[in-house]
Design a protein around this ligand. Sequence first.
Ligand SMILES: Nc1nc2c(ncn2[C@@H]2O[C@H](COP(=O)(O)OP(=O)(O)OP(=O)(O)O)[C@@H](O)[C@H]2O)c(=O)[nH]1
Ligand SMILES: [Mg+2]
Length: 251
Amino acid sequence: MKFDDFDEKMRKFEQSIDQTVPQDCYMVARLDGKGFTKLTKEKLSLKRPFDETFRDAIIQTIYYLMDSDFDIAYAYSESDEISLLFRKNTNLFGRKVRKYNSLLSAEASVKFSQLMNTTAVFDCRIIPLLSVEDVKDYFLWRREDSHRNSVYAHCFYKLLSDGKTPAEAEKELSGKILDEKEFILSTYGINLNSIPKWEIYGFGVYFKTVEKVGFNPVKNERETTTRKKLFTDFDLPSGQNYAKFIEQFVK
Ligand SMILES: Nc1nc2c(ncn2[C@@H]2O[C@H](COP(=O)(O)OP(=O)(O)OP(=O)(O)O)[C@@H](O)[C@H]2O)c(=O)[nH]1
Ligand SMILES: [Mg+2]
């Protein structure tokens, strides 16, 4: 077969499952650590349920992705997951899903592995969203997921420190609603205000404009310039205030 004939025949297969995110949609990617329960327990000696070294490696991974050309407006992280909201009009990779999934997963995995001196892998999914309301709801949803997971994890490790086996702790928590788990924590003198906020609700990363005072040798005078700097927000607003806060990134 001639090369052009091969090309025509094979491209059809290659392109048959190529998907692109429509220009009208907002786009979020969610990365999630693969098998991090095992990794954090067996290969890394981390504090449980939450560890600052782990958190800081996630933050550095997010900075690395946001400092590259991915066009990310806002990132949110809880546990071993990272959600990335892209700028509305981004046209990187022609909005091809396979490009985002493969490159984000690869870049995050390599960076995080280097930082933690281990082999760690993130999967990635792209979530197209139709409206500003959907974007707000997406981030409210992940924040609430964080809240639930975190309360469970704090309860679980408190029960273990009280002498329960993992199976007993799991059984005790199974079927309990959030309020009941928060009550269990209160019996240990713990409430949501006594746990670092990022452990319960996760944290956000975004660019902030900062002013820098320098010296202009040509004009022989002090000069104030502005530049964008990445900032980690450990004190995200809650409820509708968080939804309102998200609006600034949906452009
Ligand atoms: N010790 C410790 N573990 C953490 C920390 N952050 C996340 N993890 C662990 O990461 C795991 C994330 O859970 P999942 O994503 O649901 O499960 P997974 O084992 O990664 O499985 P898959 O995502 O399905 O591959 C949980 O077991 C958490 O305990 C941390 O700061 N310290
Ligand atoms: Mg995971």
